[in-house]
Write a protein that binds this ligand. Structure first.
Ligand SMILES: NC(=O)c1ccc[n+]([C@@H]2O[C@H](COP(=O)([O-])OP(=O)(O)OC[C@H]3O[C@@H](n4cnc5c(N)ncnc54)[C@H](OP(=O)(O)O)[C@@H]3O)[C@@H](O)[C@H]2O)c1
Length: 323
């Protein structure tokens, strides 16, 4: 099969398409003939050598795919060869064939074409699992950084649909407008004093739940932006790994700080999360309660361009690689 390989950690120029041995489905797994693969920020980090796959997982980049079932491993029920499928992977997505534990697979939402479906699962799974993790309840206020990105655009719509007031940040006037169009109640330029703007927009109360992509750089301001019993979830470290946490600020608010990784979660948890997305989020797309992401498609051969696009800073919405 053909797959994208990284010749040496580095820039997009290190991505090349090569012939590699076919993968096969083991017990409990599905073999998927890939139609398209979602391109995620984590893929850029893996290409640079900063985010290696968990032990035993393919070193081919790619955390989500859509496609058709090519073969069914021992013990797997409920699937037939040829079925449309979307899958959450720990690696191996940028390839013609991918092998996935069956629990991490589900049907795509009905009425959505398979290429578009390739870019839906990773962001939905991340947002839904994290909100469940911190016990988000309908109507609570919410802040997501980077509202025009893949995670942010979904999170704005999902929490709005659950009745929450949504605050978000973005880097340009155009992206702030996109966030408002997605349903954000308050959109703040992150180049300005966004934490002061959060205080102002919430009457000094702060937000109940904050989903953060920046890590160290925003830790202090994020904690300051939490309401009493607020919860901060760090899912990205775009602003560094090591920050200073003022415990007294947490203590006085009875607040919670956590950091999570979907990729490094055990199989059972990923299966649970994929099940939640299929049961809760797919009907939202099908009923038009949330919009499909704006999507930029790249041919398999243009994989370098897909990474350049995501790195450029001008990207918004979701990138998919058409295999
Ligand atoms: N832990 C997990 O399980 C998990 C799973 C999925 C994703 N993630 C992480 O979640 C983050 C978002 O993922 P994604 O797929 O949405 O990536 P993406 O589409 O590339 O979006 C990145 C976002 O970062 C924003 N950003 C850049 N500088 C910022 C700043 N100074 N302050 C606030 N926001 C800033 C960008 O905003 P502008 O475009 O407006 O500049 C953009 O919206 C990434 O760090 C990714 O690694 C983690």
């Amino acid at each position: 099969m053909r797959a994208v390989v990284v010749t040496e950690p580095g820039g997009p120029e290190q991505l090349t398409i090569a012939e590699v041995p076919d993968v096969t489905a083991g017990p409990g797994e599905l073999l998927v003939r890939v139609v398209a693969a979602g391109v995620n920020r984590a893929d850029l980090l893996q290409r640079q050598g900063h985010y290696p796959p968990p032990p035993g997982i393919s070193d081919v980049i790619g955390l989500e795919v859509s496609g058709r079932v090519e073969a069914i491993g021992e013990g797997v029920t409920g699937w037939a060869v040829g079925d449309d499928v979307v899958a959450l992977l720990a690696g191996g997505g940028y390839a013609e064939l991918a092998v996935v534990p069956a629990g991490q697979c589900c049907r795509p939402p009905s009425g959505v074409d398979l290429v578009t479906a390739a870019g839906l699962l990773e962001v939905a799974a991340t947002v839904v699992s994290n909100l469940q993790r911190v016990g988000y309840t309908d109507g609570e206020s919410f802040l997501v950084h980077g509202g025009a990105g893949g995670i942010g655009a979904f999170a704005i719509q999902y929490v709005s649909a659950r009745g929450g007031r949504v605050l978000t940040t973005a880097g340009t006037a155009e992206k702030l407008d996109q966030c408002r169009a997605l349903g954000a109640d308050v959109a703040i330029d992150y180049h300005a004093d966004w934490a002061a703007a959060v205080q102002e927009a919430t009457g000094g109360r702060g937000v109940d739940v904050l989903l953060d992509n920046m890590g160290a750089k925003y830790l202090e301001a994020n904690v300051a932006s939490l309401a009493y019993r607020g919860r901060l979830i760090v899912i990205g470290m775009q602003g560094g790994r090591k920050g200073t946490l003022d415990l007294s600020a947490l203590l006085s608010k009875n607040a919670l700080v956590t950091a999570t990784s979907l990729r490094f979660s055990p199989l059972e948890r990923k299966a649970e999360v994929v099940g939640m997305v299929a049961a809760e989020v797919w009907p939202m797309y099908e009923a038009g309660r949330i919009q499909l992401p704006t999507e930029t498609r790249f041919a398999f051969e243009d994989v370098r361009a897909s990474h350049e696009w995501l790195e450029s800073g001008s990207a918004s919405g979701k990138a998919v690689l058409v295999v």
